[in-house]
Design a protein around this ligand. Structure first.
Ligand code: NAD
Length: 317
């Protein structure tokens, strides 16, 4: 097997690209920039102008509009970063753009991280676009919460598949120490080793190597716990505040143990995670546990996605 073009060590990874500037992509981009990498952060091109953009006389062709999502993500992160945690210049190392106009620039990246919405079809499309421009040897990873990493790259070249694995960061990436690295059947061991080294040595993370099974390790257990707590909360007629108090500090866990955490994660993302286990499980009892909770479906249908939409289980997040 050849890994020609692969960065030699974690220290030689100078530039990265993150595709998807949502809750996770923005946080990962900020963390990489803080570690000294130049980062290109890309999202989709918006289809409509905001009222403010219309007022300013901008059109859908303006670069500022076309890269609005990634630009807004950097501004959001700048607000969220406690000054003492990151170096003062981290945001200057991030260039915000969009996947349509900046696709070719991915050819300059040493490491490309896919962090788009948790849907296999969308991820496959984005990874194929990356494959069309990426330099041989460039590391590519997905931040999926638990979709099959192998299925995402089926059909792409062997060289691409050798350089690909999942690097599952946790939310928020600036505080959460764990990264699950999930090699597929095609991942070169040298690639998995380099991803482990960069996560540990450059990003200060603790790495666990997981198998490419539904939701890997932490989310398989975590999402099960969340679903059972939700069921008990409804059965006992508790408020979300009471459930958070009972499952938080009283049990030696953080204040954000359950519903605050779900609002941070994104309720739509939790639904995708639950669907993923149910649809891929061969165990009827497990499929029953991972049924979609109606209350979660209702909140998502009403646009209450958690912190990213301003309301979730809590009316105001
Ligand atoms: P999000 O909904 O906040 O953001 C997703 C972003 O992807 C959006 O900005 C969207 O515009 C963009 N996007 C969608 N299609 C795209 C495309 N074709 N090209 C470019 N950008 C596109 O989601 P998130 O919570 O940041 O999750 C991203 C990934 O990270 C998912 O795979 C998710 O399962 C995983 N993850 C999420 C969490 C969490 O707590 N939210 C934790 C760990 C992993």
């Amino acid at each position: 097997m050849s890994t020609k073009g692969l960065p030699k060590t974690a220290a030689s990874i100078r530039s990265a690209a993150v595709i998807g500037s949502g809750v996770m992509g923005a946080g990962i981009a900020a963390h990489l920039a803080n570690a000294g990498m130049r980062v290109l952060l890309l999202d989709v091109v918006p289809r409509q102008l905001t009222a403010e953009e219309e007022r300013q006389g901008l059109t859908l062709a303006d670069a500022k509009v076309r890269s609005r999502l990634a630009l807004a993500a950097v501004a959001r992160m700048a607000k969220a970063q406690p000054a003492q945690l990151y170096d003062a210049a981290w945001s200057t190392r991030i260039k915000a753009g969009n996947l349509e106009d900046d696709l070719a620039a991915l050819g300059d990246a040493d490491w490309i991280i896919e962090a788009v919405v948790e849907r296999l079809d969308v991820k496959r499309e984005v990874l194929a676009a990356i494959a069309s421009v990426r330099r041989p040897g460039t590391l590519v990873s997905t931040n999926t919460s638990g979709l099959s990493a192998g299925a995402m790259v089926a059909g792409l070249s062997e060289e691409f598949r050798r350089h690909f694995a999942a690097t599952h960061f946790f939310n928020p990436p600036r505080y959460m120490k764990l990264v699950e690295i999930v090699p597929t059947a095609s991942t070169d061991p040298a690639v998995a080793g380099l991803l482990k080294e960069v996560c540990e040595k450059r990003l200060g993370k603790g790495v666990v190597i997981a198998k490419d099974t539904p939701n890997f390790i932490a989310n398989r257990i975590g999402s099960y716990g969340m679903l059972v707590t939700l069921e008990d909360t409804l059965a006992f007629g508790l408020t979300v505040e009471e459930a958070d108090a009972l499952t938080g500090p009283a049990m030696g866990r953080p204040k954000t143990a359950t519903f605050r955490m779900l609002d941070l994660v994104g309720l739509d993302t939790l639904l995708h995670v639950v669907d993923n286990v149910r649809e891929r499980s061969e165990d009827a009892a497990e499929r029953a546990v991972f049924a979609r909770p109606p209350v979660l479906e209702k909140l998502v249908a009403a646009g209450r996605l958690g912190e990213k939409s301003g309301a979730g289980f809590y009316r105001k997040v």
